[in-house]
Design a protein around this ligand. Structure first.
Ligand code: DAT
Ligand code: MG
Length: 155
């Protein structure tokens, strides 16, 4: 069976400041990812300490959290076959200067932490992060005509 997954995306304060929300969402839509959750979120220090716990020992941890609290962020839940990997490919690697041309980070960013987007890196983390930022009733289920024929296996 095709592995239909949900993944969590945050459009960071630099995406909002630079008027790139629409451009970024458009790229996910054009790819064929289904938007099943979409909202503004004001991140708290507590949320960020948890969300970036894998970076807690880094010298930039405190400033990364401050950066993420400058403005609200936009949270997205995207659904599709192997959507975690599909979204990470579109987003590009962490350092925008090293990201492949055509990815969002390569096309619109130069530096960390201003790399525009957070995207879950594994299916396991996606499930955890989805619960962290979205309530159950904020994630929607609806059919698109393209959902009826999805051949994920072996492709
Ligand atoms: P990613 O966002 O690609 O999953 P990550 O989880 O390793 O990368 O790091 C989270 C964010 O932290 C990243 O998007 C930008 C910031 N960051 C990572 N490495 C950094 C560094 N060396 N200096 C400053 N910010 C950094
Ligand atoms: Mg990460």
């Amino acid at each position: 069976m095709a592995d239909v997954q949900k993944t969590l995306v945050l459009l960071k304060p630099d995406a909002l400041q630079r008027d790139l929300l629409g451009e970024i969402i458009r790229r996910f839509e054009l790819k064929g990812l289904k938007i099943v959750g979409l909202k503004f979120v004001r991140l708290s220090e507590e949320m960020l300490t948890e969300h970036y716990s894998h970076l807690a020992d880094k010298p930039f941890f405190a400033s990364l959290k401050s950066f993420m609290m400058q403005t609200p962020v936009v949270g997205l839940v995207l659904e599709g076959i192997d959507s975690v990997e599909a979204v990470r490919k579109i987003v590009g690697v962490t350092n925008p200067r090293a990201a492949d041309a055509g990815t969002i980070r390569a096309d619109f960013a130069m530096n960390v932490p201003s790399n525009l987007i957070h995207a879950s890196d594994t299916a396991e983390n996606a499930a955890i992060e989805l619960k962290r930022f979205f309530k159950e009733e904020e994630v929607f289920s609806y059919e698109k005509i393209t959902d009826r024929f999805q051949f994920g296996e072996g492709i």
